[in-house]
Ligand binder design. Structure first.
Ligand code: SAM
Length: 252
């Protein structure tokens, strides 16, 4: 697989990408290329749209970058494993951090789940999407993770496919080797990783979760991790054992 070029600036666009195409830049993109990255006519950037792979493009525009000339493809489009990161939303800055980390870890969907002890009731979906794109731009990721609308734990559990593996990160579970626990899991069509709020899961939520089919109650070690740390730890374990870090295939 061609390695990502991390030296060239990267820009996400919604436009179709193909050799010889011209892509008009909107005000934000023009400002980002011109004033933030200090690029001007003739400079190169890498563009991607989450569908057509990655392309090298030449900046053009007299006073400021106003469009891109698409030159050649540098990487074909790839796809992410079916890995949903379900989490009790956190306050602003920590939510931004968590979204960016979940994208870096290869989550294909970010699903805010409102639990009884969740501290925030409103989630800014646009801001989450902007963080998803920014993380993809910075990390050379070509697929854009989906952002789900916030949903209550009950509704999420009612709607989700019971064939999927539910990795329930539970701070109250007895200490057990998480790698061995994940390795013992049979193949499944997709994985949901659930992390609770700073206040943890309420007892009735815990018993509801444990009644779900295909639930793995996962320990993340002897210490109580903050929710955003728990998210990164859980995604790392799942990707290493069952995911695209060379883990066991079959959990597509
Ligand atoms: N308030 C809870 C407490 O004091 O027991 C701690 C909640 S913790 C800050 C936030 C979430 O991270 C938990 O709901 C759980 O999903 C996850 N988490 C944190 N530490 C964990 C651990 N050692 N094992 C499993 N999950 C953990």
């Amino acid at each position: 697989m061609p390695l990502a070029d991390f030296r060239s600036p990267r820009l996400f666009t919604d436009a179709e990408l193909a050799a010889g195409r011209r892509v008009e830049l909107d005000r934000n993109q023009s400002n980002y290329l011109g004033n933030v990255l200090r690029l001007s006519a003739g400079d190169n950037v890498l563009v991607f749209n989450g569908r057509d792979g990655e392309w090298r493009a030449a900046v053009s525009g007299r006073k400021r970058p106003d469009r891109l000339e698409i030159v050649n493809q540098t990487r074909p489009q790839d796809s992410l494993r079916d890995l949903v990161y379900a989490f009790a939303p956190l306050k602003h800055a920590r939510l931004d951090y968590m979204v960016q980390k979940a994208v870096e870890m290869g989550a294909s969907t970010l699903q805010p789940v409102l639990t009884r002890l969740t501290q925030v009731s409103r989630v800014n979906g646009e801001r989450m999407r902007a963080n998803v794109v920014e993380a993809a731009e910075q990390c050379g990721i070509l697929s854009i993770a989906k952002v789900g609308e916030p949903v209550s734990l009950d509704s999420w559990l009612t709607r989700r496919d019971g064939q999927r593996l539910l990795v329930f990160c539970d701070e109250a579970v007895d200490l057990a080797d998480p790698v061995a626990a994940l390795q013992a899991e049979a193949q499944s069509q997709g994985i949901d990783v659930l992390v609770g709020p700073e206040g943890g899961f309420a007892e009735e939520e815990r018993s509801l979760l444990l009644r779900q089919p295909r639930t793995l109650r996962l320990s993340l070690g002897p210490r109580i991790l903050r929710a955003d740390t728990a998210g990164v730890a859980a995604l790392a374990l799942v990707q290493a054992v069952l995911g695209d870090w060379g883990g066991r295939t079959g959990h597509e």
